[in-house]
Each structure stands twice: as C-alpha cells, then as structure tokens.
Design a binder for this molecule. Structure first.
Ligand code: DTR
Ligand code: CA
Ligand code: ZN
Ligand code: ZN
Length: 437
C-alpha cells in the first residue's frame, strides 16, 4: 500500500479529465468546460478532398485500401505528407499480422503537457472488398482535417494533442491494440482521453455518441445540442472499434458514429431525416462504399463536433484535483464461484470523516465481469455496493472509478475492497485499487 500524491494514475487521469473541464471554472459549474476559444468550422470540402484522394488511391491499387495491400500504405503516406507539411511530428509504427506488414501513423502536435495527452484516432484501413470511403475514410479524413485545423490555428493547448491512424482494424482492432500494448503503464496513464471516429458519413445517417466516458460523451452531445441535432447513445459499439483498445486498459474514451448495417427506425427517421427501414449504410463493407456513399451533412457535422471537442478538452490546467491517494497494488486472486476476497488500504493521519465524494479507483482483471459483485467496506464495517453482478455483461475487466458518499465514515482505518465471483467458469484477480480523498 502506498500513499501517492496525485500523479498520473489512471484514476487521477480520469479525475484530471474531470479536473480539466472543472478546473478554472467556478465550483458550482464543476461540469462546465473552462472558457476555451471557440473551435473553427471545419470546411467539409476539405474533408471530401481527402476522401477523393482515398478513392483515387483505392482505384489505383486494386480497388481497396486493406491491410497488407498497397492501397493501405499509399493512404498512410498521403496522410503523413499532409501532417508533415503542417508541422506535426509523425511516426510510422510497423507491425505484422496475417503474414503481412501493417502500419500505424502517429502524429504529435508540438507543445502542451505530455503528461495529459488528449488522443484522437481513426482506422485508415478498408475491407478488401472496396475503397472503404465511409468505413473508414470518413473518420480518417475528419481526424486529418481537424489536425490540419489545429495547425492552421497554430493552437497552443494546455494539453498535448496526439493523433493516430490505425492499421488492420477490420481484422480485429489489430493496429490500435498493437499501439496500446506498446505503451508502458506510465505512458498509458499520460493519455487523459481517446476520441474515436469510425464511420461518420453514413448515407442514411444517424447521430450516435459513444456512452463510455461521461465527460467526453457530454462534450460531443453539447455540440450537437448546440446545432439542434438530437443524438443517441451508441449501443452497438462496445468492442466494435479502436476505442476498445484504449478502454480495455482504462483510458477514458469517447467517439462518434453515423451507423453501419443496422436499420434506421421510423422514430429515428422522424428526428434525423433519411429513410426508415433502410440501413444507415447500405454499402457497409461492400464495393459500393465509394465517394458516392457519403452524406455531406453528416460528415460536416461530425467533423465540426470533433473540432469542438478538441478545442474544449485540450484547454484547462494540468493540475489534477487536490487529493491524496491511498493504494494497494498487490494482486489478489478471486476464486471462481467462491467466497469473497478482500484487499485492504490503511488510511491514517487524516482528520475527521471521509468526503462525500470519495473516489474508489478499481482495476480488476477478470473475464466475463458480469460474474462480479464489488463492495467498498469502511473501517467500521459499513458496506457500500459499487457493482452488482450482471448476467448480460460479458465484457472483460472492471477498470473504473466509483464515487461514494462516505461522509458518515471516519477517514482513518482499514478500508477494504471486497470482491466475489458469483457465477461459474470465469476467473481473475484484483490488480490494484485506490482511494482518493
Ligand atoms: N466495426 C466497425 C463498424 C462499426 C460497427 N458498429 C460500430 C460502433 C461504433 C463504431 C464502429 C462500428 C468497422 O467495421 O470498422
Ligand atoms: Ca463544417
Ligand atoms: Zn470502421
Ligand atoms: Zn468496417
């Protein structure tokens, strides 16, 4: 157990993101973003010009931009050249998959606090059956144009901005997983958030916002509310694009999506226009996913929403909120379908009671996390339920920060995290947990 001054731990990074939006804002407006300079409009014509280039590249390289094919590397070289000319520091990361060489492109905008990096990304590869202009030329082009807008503005944000274009997403998030796995835990904790754009120009568009990190979600929703466009929570996305690679290691994620093969309902057509009973993108993973398969309005709105998020989230102080962290990093194995286990954090030297917003950062590696019941047990034995079991939650790992009103509890004493696996077959362990006062 160690007392660590708020540094770059995951929980702190999450809180720092909270702090980012709250810091500098009056206490009563804790959720409002600090006054950031307004983002510029992203000219959709510029985004479409990148799509034209991706289309030409596909046409000149066997009709696609897939992993392992010449069209992918040509797409990456195009994006890299634009960024190099705009003053970015670019890096090509190479990996192997399926007998072919894959590539990620990473671009850093010089300046800003690298201990609080805001990252944005999109997969650059297509499926082998087509040019992949909506999936995911649209996301790649929108992220590229937002990065170029940062350069045009010579933005000097408080946070460091990093952008990524991923290889081999269509084969299973291969490139983004490779990138994240190449980071040390310290490097991961320096990424305060990751924004993902995958399919943001669907012809029969919906306006979906990822519902992972609350602050990132709200930032995007605020933008769309500001232009009078209703949004829905992205429900089919968990694990379905590159944000999952970041979320799986506890990095706060957000993103935008205009829909793939699912069908638009009548209610959705009422609020968004388009055609009910038709899929959002009838050319999903098909050869007809060309520049003719783009809804310009959707592409424009999502590009502008990304610029809004970048300008908003990258400003604000880098000082994480006050607080002392008490942590236990010892692994504790959780018996399958067995008795509860506990991990203890001893708090001492504090006066009075614990806060009404005690942060409980939890990092549990466990397959099928729906098996798990998680409680915080105060020194006097009072129990606070953090997570119930859930038969439908088949995702892995519980990497989360819970907020508990512990104001009726004395601060000092032995606090315990109690975890029980209440269903058979899946196993795991408490990796670490922490209290932030
Ligand atoms: N897997 C993505 C398309 C996709 C399907 N559902 C979602 C939800 C959120 C983002 C992307 C997607 C692909 O084919 O690249
Ligand atoms: Ca625009
Ligand atoms: Zn995609
Ligand atoms: Zn796809």
């Amino acid at each position: 157990m160690k007392l660590s001054v708020p540094g770059r731990t995951l929980a702190t990074a999450t809180l720092a993101l909270a702090g980012l939006l709250a810091a500098g804002a009056p206490a009563q407006a804790a959720q409002s973003a600090p006054s950031a300079a307004a983002a510029p409009d992203i000219p959709v014509a510029n985004v479409k010009a990148h799509l034209d280039q991706f289309q030409s590249i596909a046409s000149a390289n066997g009709g696609n931009r897939a992993h392992g094919r010449s069209g992918y590397r040509a797409s990456l070289d195009y994006v890299k050249a634009k960024l190099d000319a705009a003053g970015y520091t670019t890096t090509i990361q190479q990996f192997s998959y399926g007998g072919s060489t894959g590539y990620n492109l990473i671009a850093d905008w010089p300046g800003g606090d690298t201990a609080q990096t805001l990252m944005t990304g999109a997969h650059l590869d297509s499926v082998s059956s087509g040019a992949g202009i909506n999936d995911n030329g649209s996301g790649s082009a929108a992220v590229l144009e937002a990065a170029l807008a940062v350069s045009r503005a010579q933005l000097q944000p408080d946070k460091h901005l990093r952008f990524g274009w991923w290889g081999a997403e269509e084969l299973g998030l291969v490139g983004s997983r490779y990138y994240v796995s190449s980071l040390s835990s310290t490097e991961r904790s320096r990424i305060a958030g990751y924004l993902n754009l995958d399919m943001v120009g669907s012809p029969n568009a919906g306006y979906f916002v990822y519902d992972d990190d609350t602050l990132l979600e709200q930032t995007f929703k605020d933008y769309f509310a500001g232009i009078g466009v209703p949004t829905e929570i992205e429900t089919e996305g968990d694990g379905r694009s590159d944000h999952a690679s970041f979320k799986n290691v506890g990095i706060p994620v957000g993103g935008l999506f205009t829909g793939a093969g699912r069908t638009k309902t009548s209610a959705q057509a009422q609020k968004w226009g388009g055609t009910a009973g038709q899929s959002f993108d009838r050319c999903y993973h098909s050869s007809c996913d060309t520049t003719a398969n783009i809804n310009d309005t959707a592409l424009d709105r999502n590009s502008d929403a990304l610029a809004h998020a970048l300008w908003t989230l990258s400003s604000g102080t880098t000082v994480p909120p006050d607080g002392d962290v008490y942590e236990n990093t010892a692994d504790v194995s959780i018996p399958d379908y067995g008795p509860a286990v506990t991990s203890t954090v001893n708090v001492s030297g504090r006066s009075g009671n614990a806060p009404s917003a005690l942060k409980v950062g939890v990092d549990i590696k466990h397959t099928y996390r729906g098996d798990l019941v998680i409680d915080l047990v105060a020194p006097d034995g009072s129990t606070y339920r953090l997570k119930n079991s859930s038969g439908g939650d088949s995702a892995d790992n519980v990497i989360a920060t819970y907020t508990v009103d512990a104001s009726s509890e004395a601060a000092n004493g032995a606090w315990k995290l109690r975890v029980q696996d209440v269903a058979r077959w899946d196993t795991g362990y408490i990796d670490s947990w922490k209290l932030t006062f």
